[in-house]
Design a protein around this ligand. Sequence first.
Ligand code: NRN
Length: 414
Amino acid sequence: MKMKVKDPSLAPQGRLQIEWAEAHMPVLMKIRERFSKEKPLKDIKVAASLHVTKETAVLVRTLKAGGAEVYLAPSNPLSTQDDVAAALAEFGIEVYAWRGMSPEEYEWALGKVLESGPNITMDDGGDLTVMAHERGVASSVRGGTEETTTGVIRIRALEKEGILKYPVIAVNNAETKWNFDNVYGTGQSTIDGILRATNVMIAGKWFVVAGYGHVGRGIAARARGMGAKVIVTEVDPIRALMAVMDGFLVMPMKEAAKIGDIFVTATGNRDVITAEHVSLMKDGAILANAGHFNVEISVKDLDLMAMSKREIRKSVMEYTLPNGRRVYLLAEGRLVNLVAAEGHPSEVMDMSFANQALAVELLVNDGEKLPPKVHQVPREVDERVASLKLESMGVSIDTLTDEQRKYLESWRLE
Ligand code: NRN
């Protein structure tokens, strides 16, 4: 089968969505201008597993403008925007994605993009990279990129066990990605997902954030900005101390469970909210996950302990517990920002995906020289993305004088 989207007739609407995103992604559009002229990705096959959103479409079209053939699968069975997928198919991208895929269909889509015999894998969460190795496709791959924290952790584990067969650039760890996408992007889009799903008041509510990494920090700050009383839970004493110094209440989940009105998990770990916590919760508690996989809130526990459940609103499952109280799980415990909303705003994905495009170009040019490990985005690429972004915002900055540069590089004080 060539490709598969939910409904090709949605393409015109999808094109408008993509044009809207392009109007807010100046850095990537500038890179597309250069890619169109130089064709740095000529005849390169890119197999991608990304959330199929209007922002991803801008990246994919940029890779195509650079001469690449792109094969696109989602990185979550529920996050595909079907109109965007239809428009991409019309643009000649081989798309295997629709919203509401079964786990088996999601797996099938990943397999389909690997059938292309890719030179580059572009991943978000690690499923594609792992499958490339499991299916023996990895040996023909020149290199890969990884978009998100969870994926970098998994690919580092592949490297540690000596399984990783090609170099992978950790786009997630670029300063111009994780200091912006993970903090401001997830901060805003998670609240967006909660609001689109529930339309509840944030102000005055007890808002519990599990995990105070880049993602948790962004969510906590934005929830506070909307008038919530924010509680942070953590396992890492340093991150917990940061949360205390940032003015948030910090306590174990077992205590927070009794107080919270809205809970968001952002730990990258499993079983952060389980039956023992849910049984302590107030009637009407709302549970949402911002992490990549749906393991942070134990959906299995909810199903086991509930007397009944019903979908009371789109992306809102009401569980009635033996104690008569109700709790509401958003987006089946999957990443609420991309399932119940549209993911991060285009402006912040502009930088994440500029790093992706430049990382692919780097792999095409130098991939063979890189050992099969996880690599950082080079500092000059990071700074280039930041400079292009500042330029697009009309912001100018100072430059070091020669004397200052010398001073910074020497131990002498004169
Ligand atoms: N709009 C989006 N399009 C979007 N919002 C967040 N992400 C998106 N990908 C495509 C990803 C971020 O970069 C989800 C990943 O987990 C996160 O790293």
